[in-house]
Ligand binder design. Structure first.
Ligand code: HEC
Length: 492
């Protein structure tokens, strides 16, 4: 009995426990890092743990009360290159009590062949057994998607990328650029649009977000090309237009195309692009400003967007941009049954927009805070921005380097060297690069006036963008080199 008040006191989140506290509308949001050194998908499990995939091939779960991580399986044949690798995960307990784990990943089938696969495993103890192939399809060269989700009526839905072969998306015979629908054993449901075909909907480019609402509506996020990132409401046999229709049906050629094929327009489209990734429906919970919204993790936008839905769930009535640049690129989002939201960052991926901090990539918890003290509360919405999607790396590059090396890094022949695959950019030896940028050389000015952080960000940016093999570079490395330089200056 005497435990009760103590227990209650522990249960209430105290504001001081949070790393940062934000306000959004009437809600106060507390931020906690629950794990670091990870990436890709996160999903709340029926076992009460947070499950996650890592692009390199590992499937694990995290007990969010103890912070204990259990590794369940490593897919040894994972092929990770840029955006391929182990991607989406979905969990489901069958009527017979089997704990199924579905994953989408890119595999090395043999020395030459790469394939995309959807697999089902069955959890036994801590390990995942009984590998069961649901689907194997061409990996192609890019736009791998992919997310998986189990519908309220017990079907497996898979969102696949077009493989960077645009024509796949409108080709009903190709599994690429589609929403596919399977029974949980991989057979094809009798009520799919076409007998014997898993295709449920078509016309997608590179979907990286898929979730059901509490009304059983399926939503997908899809990366557009240079314009028109989208969130779509998926209907049976829907055609979302790619590559012939981007965003809304507004160009003349799009109107022509849509007069021949029935195209469903998105709920929202964004130009300039934000690179939308994970999506999670928030029904009703303690973070009341999120109620009846889609939470959307964005990579390029480096924000969490809150897309408020109308009562029917078929219209987005407000689009708010939270935490811009606060955690970097965001890949995944999921909602726990208690209403906490978990978000996975993606700053260590291949993309030059990312700048990894020491503890990236991490999983962050967003919790409702109902007790306030005098701690500083920051506004979660800082800019009303669809235009501020430029990363700090890119903006530093544009401000300080592009006048000579040009925005695309090609330089000017015989005057300013190209940075594309330049030895200093690509080299594992970072010291010469840091030295050059700190001190300058000939026509190349010295940038010692920039802070260590800015220097680390801009050099990481050029290495990721222009040097395919280059590793990132940290503030400490810049600081170290700055000190070395000043010591050697005094000594000499
Ligand atoms: C005013 C023109 C100018 C600006 C601005 C400039 N550079 Fe340079 N950069 C040069 C020149 C010229 C060289 C060749 C230096 C030499 O070797 O004599 C060079 C060389 C380099 C190299 C070596 C390339 C190689 O071939 O290995 C790198 C890397 C580099 N610059 C990065 C940067 C970065 C990062 C910035 C911005 C922070 C920047 N530069 C800004 C003119 C410029």
């Amino acid at each position: 009995m005497s435990l009760l008040p103590f227990y209650l006191a522990c249960e209430k989140p105290k504001i001081n426990e949070f790393e940062t506290v934000y306000s959004f509308g009437e809600s106060i949001l507390g931020i906690t890092t629950v794990a670091d050194g990870l990436d890709w998908d996160i999903v709340w499990g029926p076992d009460g743990n947070l499950w996650f995939t890592e692009q390199a091939g590992r499937i694990s779960s995290l007990n969010v009360s103890t912070n204990e991580i259990t590794q369940h399986l490593v897919l040894e044949d994972t092929y990770r290159m840029r955006t391929s690798g182990l991607l989406g995960i979905a969990l489901h307990v069958s009527n017979e009590g089997q704990f199924f784990v579905f994953v989408a990943y890119t595999a090395k089938k043999d020395e030459e062949t790469r394939v995309s696969r959807v697999m089902r495993y069955t959890k036994k103890g801590d390990s995942l057994d009984d590998p069961h192939l649901i689907l194997e399809y061409p990996a192609w060269s890019g736009h791998f998607g992919a997310r998986v989700v189990v519908s309220p009526d017990g079907k497996l839905l898979v969102a696949t990328g077009d493989g960077a072969q645009h024509e796949n998306a409108q080709n009903w015979q190709s599994p690429n650029g589609k929403i596919l629908r399977f029974n949980l054993d991989g057979t094809i449901p009798d009520d799919n649009p076409e007998l014997g075909s898993p295709v449920w909907a078509s016309g997608l480019r590179n979907p990286q977000g898929l979730d059901y609402s509490d009304k059983g509506i399926l939503y997908v996020s899809d990366h557009g090309d240079a314009t028109d990132d989208e969130v779509n409401l998926i209907g049976r046999q829907g055609n979302y237009g790619w590559p012939n229709v981007e965003g809304f049906i507004d160009r003349e050629d799009e109107i022509d195309f849509a007069s021949e094929k029935r195209i469903t327009e998105p709920l929202v489209a964004w130009t300039p692009t934000i690179a939308p990734a994970g999506i999670a429906f928030y029904g009703s919970g303690p973070i009341s400003v999120f109620n009846n919204s889609l939470l959307l993790a964005t990579l390029k936008g480096s924000s969490l967007r809150v897309l408020k839905l109308n009562a029917l769930g078929n219209e987005v009535v407000a689009d708010s941009v939270l935490f811009t640049q606060a955690f970097g690129r965001l890949r995944s989002v999921c909602v726990a049954p208690n209403g906490d939201v978990y978000v996975g960052t993606s700053n260590r991926d291949w993309n030059p927009f990312g700048f990894a901090k020491e503890n990236d990539d991490r999983i962050i918890r967003i919790s409702h805070v109902d007790r306030l003290d005098d701690r500083t509360i920051k506004p979660a919405v800082t800019i009303n921005s669809s235009d501020d999607v430029v990363s700090r790396g890119e903006s530093l590059y544009l401000d300080y380097c592009s006048s000579c090396h040009k925005p695309n890094g090609t330089g000017v022949e015989n005057i300013f060297p190209s940075l594309l695959k330049a030895p200093l950019v690509n080299s594992p030896d970072k010291i010469s690069l840091i030295d050059l940028v700190l001190k300058g050389k000939g026509e190349m000015p010295s940038f010692g006036f920039l802070s260590n952080e800015d220097l680390a960000i801009v050099m990481t940016y050029i290495r990721k963008r222009f040097g395919p093999q280059a590793s990132p570079l940290t503030e400490n490395e810049v600081q170290h080199q700055r000190q070395n330089a000043s010591t050697s200056h005094i000594e000499n």
